[in-house]
Design a protein around this ligand. Sequence first.
Ligand SMILES: Nc1ncnc2c1ncn2[C@@H]1O[C@H](COP(=O)(O)OP(=O)(O)OP(=O)(O)O)[C@@H](O)[C@H]1O
Length: 301
Amino acid sequence: MVAIAIEGLTKRYRDRRVVDGLGFTVEEGSLVGFLGPNGAGKTTTLRMLLGLVRPTSGQALVYGRPYRDLPDPARVIGAVIETMTAHPRRTARRHLRMLGLRIGVGPRRVDTVLELVGLTGAADRRAGGFSLGMRQRLALAGALLGDPGVLVLDEPANGLDPEGIHWLRGFLRAQAAEGRTVLVSSHQLAEVEHTVDQVVIVARGRLVAAGSLDALRARASGRLHVRSPQAERLAGLMTAAGATVRMTGHDRLEGPLGWSEYVGLLSAEHRIPLFELREDAPGLEEVFFRLTGAGGLGEAP
Ligand SMILES: Nc1ncnc2c1ncn2[C@@H]1O[C@H](COP(=O)(O)OP(=O)(O)OP(=O)(O)O)[C@@H](O)[C@H]1O
């Protein structure tokens, strides 16, 4: 079942489309990384999903409805969109109790979410004295108050120290293990790479890739690149030896990794000149960079 559906979503500010015909879906129960460089339009997309910004065109749906049409939104979708704005003189517990009042959630649930985010010990301290990591936890507690099935988190790892990031990973996995749908944005693939199983990648307001992280990883497996004035002949010899070869130009071919020595021997034996013989193995980060970098539009994995 589709929990989140983004359909032809566009947001224009003046004459600039910061979100431009974006479309993707998030299946119920999946843990999805929403990735893209700064300014790619992630926050604007999430704000439209949460009914905070009106789309210029298209729609963002939660279980088939726009946010404003959800009968009891806090029980359907919880979000951390900006660093939380608890009154600095208010304690964590009091802040959550007041949020709870607004959505019809009692003090027992407040204690439960404080426990879930590991803030029980700091529950009666004023939020003004909290570290950034603690403020993030308090914001997460607020998002969980209504026990929603869907969580939307905008750059929750921003400003966290390594310990905080480690905690966040475990927290997100635990949420997914309980069957929650989690959409978590980041401008760094590495930050969510060990947590999410699906990715939606955007750049300049558009979708550049969507699918499983494994499919993205498969793209990261490298190739052998050969350039020769007799590339076609060489391709024939390599194919005969069992390699899967693709001509990428009149004098270029791509083959599998691990074949460079054999190709060198073939070229010597058959007197085929080589202009280039190299293997490349882009890492996952490199694939991400190519997808989102200038001119790096690619097909979905
Ligand atoms: N209210 C607004 N008016 C004009 N431009 C805006 C407005 N809100 C966002 N933008 C612009 O839209 C672009 C996309 O911003 P957005 O915050 O959605 O990107 P992002 O992918 O979340 O990036 P970041 O990680 O930096 O938050 C940015 O260039 C931003 O300046």
